[in-house]
Write a protein that binds this ligand. Sequence first.
Ligand SMILES: [Zn+2]
Length: 73
Amino acid sequence: MKLPTIGLLVMVFLATSSFSSSLTDVYICKGKYSKKYHYKKNCRGLSNCSTDIYKVTLSEAKKIGRSLCGWED
Ligand SMILES: [Zn+2]
């Protein structure tokens, strides 16, 4: 009876990891020239943001044409 249990755990793990990656929160600046998204709210790329910093999901950031900030590692 051990095999089905492991199979179930693997399925739950895979489901959870893909679920969480699509719901990753990123930070964006809504300034006129902002085209990037950031994983860290205190990122260098956000330090001279002239507007508020907004938290959105990664998929949302990509949908509005943002790409990953060059300061992120
Ligand atoms: Zn950044």
